[in-house]
Design a protein around this ligand. Structure first.
Ligand code: TYM
Length: 330
């Protein structure tokens, strides 16, 4: 079976971008592949260093993943920091990564712009740690949203450089999504991608109440509607259709698409329908996550068990890497 690896940072409550970019793929992939899914707690330290929030956020990500349908019996679920072998591989891979190329990564440049006072080396080498996460299990398929595409390209470069320099060890990992293109869910206000830290009123969280979901969708950005038949869809309208395709019946989507194409669409009606279908989608996940979060003993057990299995695989790869690099003295 092919090896699948993916992670989610512990930076807060999961949202629909995380669900549709990543988790939805996880749920399908667990039936077919050898899956390693983890909470990227080290990665969250680059921007969210508050010790008192960390533990809660880690278990929240875990609970929301399980509530969404991940089965801890089928996949290996763990916290990144429970697998120290990743840190050692990260150190080794840093020798394959050039400062210039790291500085050019768009996500790094964004962070520098957003917070010029905290341009730490962890941010710069973020793609190297991410590569270590994947390569430590010799992962091949990596289910992620569109925003991670460039990071995966760097992972392939590092893997290739290692293989060329020291001998073959790592397959070159590829970003994966069922369906062709990687997913990018936009914020409901039409400003950029949906994210944990941007406008909270334009982000749909897996923990939102029914009323919050309705209110947010009601306020989602629209306009006066197309003026000519078969007009090009503005991206914020296309985003509503994307969400609708994900949670509504195909006939419903078709009806509104037809209405758009012959200029008869009423966005108020569309949003009402989308809101109800979204409530029906999110409510069971929210409720299940709440109940899973009550059972700390269960969550501890999953994490410990996952870490143990992840470390077995990690240790094997690391031993190979050390051997190839000449770090085997005794
Ligand atoms: P993170 O924590 O920002 O997001 C987790 C996953 O959700 C996807 N995602 C989205 N997809 C579509 N539309 C959106 N608006 C949207 N927002 C988030 C992300 O693409 C991601 O798949 N660097 C990663 C975490 C990571 C990782 C890894 C992933 C660390 N190591 C190894 C894969 C393999 C990140 O920050 O994701």
């Amino acid at each position: 079976k092919e090896i699948v690896v993916s992670g989610i940072r512990s930076t807060g409550i999961l949202h629909l971008g995380n669900y549709f970019g990543a988790i939805r793929n996880y749920i399908r992939m667990q039936e077919e592949f050898n899956c390693y899914f983890f909470v990227a707690d080290w990665h969250s330290l680059t921007t969210h260093p508050d010790p008192k929030d960390l533990r809660g956020n880690v278990f929240r990500v875990l609970a929301e993943n399980i509530a969404s349908g991940l089965d801890p019996e089928k996949v290996i679920l763990y916290a990144q920091s429970d697998v120290p072998e990743i840190a050692e591989l990260y150190l080794l891979l840093n020798m394959m990564a050039y400062k210039g190329e790291l500085e050019k990564v768009p996500t790094f440049k964004d962070k520098v712009r957003q917070n010029p006072d905290n341009v730490n080396a962890g941010l710069l080498t973020y793609p190297v740690l991410m590569s270590a996460d994947i390569l430590i299990h010799r992962g091949l398929k990596v289910p992620v949203g569109k925003d991670q595409e460039q990071h995966l390209e760097m992972s392939r470069n590092f893997a290739q450089r290692f293989n060329n320099r020291y001998g073959y060890l790592f397959p070159e990992p590829v970003a994966f999504n069922y369906g062709d293109d990687l997913v990018r869910i936009m914020s409901l206000d039409g400003n950029g991608k949906m994210s944990k830290s941007e406008n909270e009123n334009a982000t749909l969280y897996l923990s939102d109440t029914d009323d919050a979901i309705r209110n947010k969708i009601k306020k989602a950005k629209t306009d006066a509607g197309p003026q000519e038949p078969n007009s090009l869809m503005p991206d914020y309208i296309a985003n509503l259709f994307t969400l609708m395709r994900l949670v509504s019946a195909p006939e419903t989507v078709q009806t509104f698409e037809d209405a758009f194409n012959n200029c008869g669409i009423r966005y108020g009606d569309m949003k009402k329908q989308l809101a109800e279908d979204m409530v029906a989608f999110i409510a069971p996940i929210r409720e299940k996550a709440e109940s899973i979060r009550q059972d700390q003993a269960y969550l501890n057990r999953i994490m410990r068990q996952g870490a143990e299995k992840a470390r077995e695989s990690a240790t094997r790869t690391l031993q190979e890497a050390r051997k190839l690099m000449g770090i085997n003295y005794y």
